[in-house]
Design a protein around this ligand. Structure first.
Ligand code: TRP
Length: 334
């Protein structure tokens, strides 16, 4: 494990396998951070259960999928501490203490919570566990005293609320916790869906998964949204807002070649199939090795679980030290 650099914590809810959007938006960044920081990556099974309480199979099945995705892209368990949220009871304990520092109305005003309540259609029947997820997320972060929290734009209000809770705790009891900062990926790190919609997501059915086979990838790329006005090969085509070019901008290593291609597409005379074939080849170069490592990991689930348990043990050592500080600060260190 990297012994230096800032302490970083991120997490994913295990509600589905990870896709190219995750790769571009967060996984790539974690590959850099694991060399430059002390990095914790949490599989947020407790948080995932808050929205799937009656369907725990989803969380159970996807925990290993997500872990295999991590290993497949090159998260190295020797450099990154990957752990399972539910196996760290210190997080649950810290959540309880933090709940005293937050009002229900403040939780209801949290923009991330509001948006998710809307998306999930809870109406007024919001599960209490779901409503308090900014508090448990604050505990996830504070329990390892993380300084940096790499998250998507949509999660910013959660990190802000964490900082608020930590500030209150430090003011009321003793300054033992660390106020975290969010680390939001650059604008270019957002991958649109295959349909050109702003976001790639499993629920929208517009995603390429890291474990998709070559035929699946090719089929999905061939179905991608381009320019609806580009009907015949010789018609001038539009590059802006064309999902295939948005992907090429992200993945094509040959930028001068790509600029030439865009100019030809704009002039007319370049077909959609040609640009899609180019994209399939580029994605295959990226996904081929990931797929192979994923298959290797998935072939030995017991070994994957063993790695997760080791990461969890390391996390619990850190968490126990934090909770000792917390209990002393709160004068409950009997
Ligand atoms: N809410 C995050 C998501 O939806 C997952 C998560 C849980 C998380 N706890 C966290 C992310 C702590 C960063 C820090 O992806």
């Amino acid at each position: 494990m990297s012994a230096s650099g800032p302490i970083v914590l991120t997490g994913d809810r295990p509600t589905g396998p990870l896709h190219l959007g995750h790769y571009v938006g967060s996984l790539k960044n974690r590959l850099v951070l694991q060399r430059e920081a002390t990095q914790f990556v949490m599989i947020a099974d407790v948080q995932a259960l808050a929205a799937n309480a009656e369907d725990p199979g989803i969380v159970r099945d996807n925990l290993l999928e997500v872990a295999c995705d991590y290993l497949a892209v090159g998260l190295d368990p020797g450099l990154t501490t990957v752990f399972i949220q539910s196996l760290v009871p210190e997080i649950a304990e810290l959540t309880i203490y933090f709940l005293n520092l937050v009002t229900v109305s403040r939780l209801q005003r949290n923009p991330t919570v509001k948006e998710e309540v809307r998306q999930k259609g809870f109406g007024t029947r919001i599960p209490a566990g779901f409503l308090m997820h900014p508090v448990s997320q604050a505990a996830d972060i504070a329990v390892v005293k993380a300084e940096l929290v790499p998250v998507g734009q949509d999660q910013l209000p959660l990190v802000e609320q964490t900082a608020e809770i930590v500030r209150s705790f430090n003011r009321i009891y003793a300054p033992v916790l660390v106020e975290p900062r969010a680390l939001v990926p650059a604008e270019g790190a957002r991958l649109p869906g295959l349909d050109g919609k702003a976001k790639m997501s499993k629920s929208l059915g517009n995603a390429i998964f890291l474990g998709d086979g070559p035929d699946e990838v090719s089929r999905k790329v061939m179905s991608m949204f381009t320019d609806p006005g580009h009907i015949h090969v010789h018609d001038p085509g539009q590059v802006e807002g064309n999902a295939v070019f948005l992907y090429l901008d992200v993945f094509d290593p040959d930028k001068p070649g790509l600029e030439e291609l865009k100019a030809r597409y704009r002039r007319g005379g370049l077909g959609d199939v040609a640009i899609k074939k180019r994209l399939v080849g580029i994605l295959e170069d990226l996904l081929g090795p990931i797929r192979a490592r994923r298959r290797e990991a998935a072939a030995d689930p017991a070994a994957v679980l063993r790695l997760l348990r080791q990461g969890t043990d390391r996390t619990r050592e850190v968490a126990a030290r934090t909770l000792a500080d917390v209990r002393r600060a709160m004068r409950i260190d009997y």
